[in-house]
Design a binder for this molecule. Structure first.
Ligand SMILES: NC(=O)c1ccc[n+]([C@@H]2O[C@H](COP(=O)([O-])OP(=O)(O)OC[C@H]3O[C@@H](n4cnc5c(N)ncnc54)[C@H](O)[C@@H]3O)[C@@H](O)[C@H]2O)c1
Ligand SMILES: [Zn+2]
Length: 354
């Protein structure tokens, strides 16, 4: 890993923001955040794993810039993207006296980012917020683009908003403390970026032979993925068309997650299997270049991701039917023509089940 700062600018009219990627950025968070906030107070929302590791560093750095800081810690895990934790955050922030000129900081993975972003979007009709993502998935995906949400008992991400952060600070050093399974989970989304938009990234990933090599190259990987997400978000902020390509592997992936009750497979693992299924579907229909599925499978396996699973027709049907992107009896399938090139086709649900 290198110490060189890499930066990107997300250009959305009136809602522009910068993404900064650098080692040790957590220690400098305060001075960066001062550039976008004149507030007196900052609330850091984090979880029970990330808080003990990194909240102290970020707090110190914010205090140096004159912020008074409150830390709100939620239990680690998807269960915290819920109404109970949301209302607790509202309460704690109001007790702390947060106003619309203050700052909310999401410090953690996608769970913390989504929950915090939604709290910030809605409390007092919107308090500025920033993302400090600490997992691979959140650094390459969820922290950029402004989708924020909580889950309902009826399903994931059913209550949410489009609410862009004011800045995203990415410190790749944080990833050193991630558990192995979580690294693999995030790499599934990284591989997805290569598959849908960059044969170069895909080949770059194929050359990585160890965790040491991965960490040596992670800055470049995170930067490349953020830049790809930037382009997609700039073209389709509100997810009405182009942003759909990011769902490659996700239709089948969601079916797998659901069939196994969100227990056996992580999201990234399910997406990994879903990407292989999408490649094979495409190859069988003459859309995807032969051999693509095999190449995909090998790359996923090199990052310790699963590639095959038994899936019942019923749960596949079920998952496809509740897919937010589907309409009527038609669904959009996101397929590849080859590695690095995506093609969306519309087809009947029955056809997919065959
Ligand atoms: N908003 C979006 O556009 C978007 C996109 C994709 C996913 N998501 C959401 O993201 C969530 C998944 O995010 P995730 O995979 O980051 O999960 P997560 O936030 O649950 O983090 C995974 C685990 O790693 C721990 N952790 C985080 N950073 C760590 C670190 N640096 N060191 C050690 N442990 C650490 C967390 O405590 C947690 O136990 C889902 O809720 C999903 O819906 C949102
Ligand atoms: Zn995903």
């Amino acid at each position: 890993m290198s110490d060189i700062m890499k930066s990107l600018q997300i250009n959305l009219p009136g809602r522009e923001y910068e993404i900064h990627i650098q080692h040790g950025l957590l220690e400098k968070a305060g001075s960066y955040l001062r550039k976008i906030s004149a507030g007196n107070k900052a609330t850091i929302v984090t979880d029970s794993n990330v808080g003990p590791l990194y909240a102290g560093t970020v707090t110190e750095s914010l205090k140096k810039e004159g912020f008074s800081v409150q830390i709100c810690q939620v239990p680690a895990g998807e269960e915290s993207k819920c109404q109970e934790q949301l209302f607790r955050l509202y309460d704690e922030m109001l007790d702390f006296g947060m106003t619309r000129s203050d700052l909310v900081v999401a410090l953690g993975g996608g769970v913390v980012g989504d929950l915090t972003g939604y709290a910030a979007a809605t409390l007092l009709r919107g308090i500025p917020f920033v993302q400090i993502p600490t997992t691979i998935l959140s650094q390459v995906d969820s922290s950029v683009g402004g989708k924020v949400a909580i889950d309902l008992p009826k399903g994931k991400n059913l209550v949410g908003a489009f609410y862009q952060p004011k800045m995203v600070l990415i410190d790749p050093l944080c990833l050193k403390t991630l558990p192995d399974r979580n690294i693999a989970d995030g790499m599934a989304e990284v591989i997805k970026y290569g598959a849908i938009g960059s044969a170069e990234l895909f080949s770059f990933l194929e050359e990585i032979k160890s965790d040491e090599e991965l960490f040596a190259k992670i800055d470049k990987i995170v930067y490349t993925c953020c830049d790809m997400k930037r382009k997609v978000v700039e073209e389709d902020e509100l997810d009405t068309g182009g942003r759909m390509v990011l769902n490659f592997g996700h239709t089948f992936g969601h079916a797998i997650e659901k069939e196994y009750h969100y227990q056996t497979y992580t999201h990234g693992e399910a997406v990994a299997i879903g990407m292989v299924m999408a490649c094979e579907y495409g190859e069988n229909h003459g859309i995807t270049e032969p051999g693509t599925g095999k190449r995909m499978e090998q790359l996923l396996q090199s990052f310790r991701l699963p590639t095959r699973v038994a899936l019942s027709k019923e749960s596949l049907m079920d998952a496809i039917s509740v897919d937010k992107k589907g309409s009527g009896n038609e669904i959009h399938l996101i397929l590849l023509t080859k590695i690095g090139e995506v093609k969306i086709i519309r087809t009947g649900k029955e056809d997919v089940l065959q």
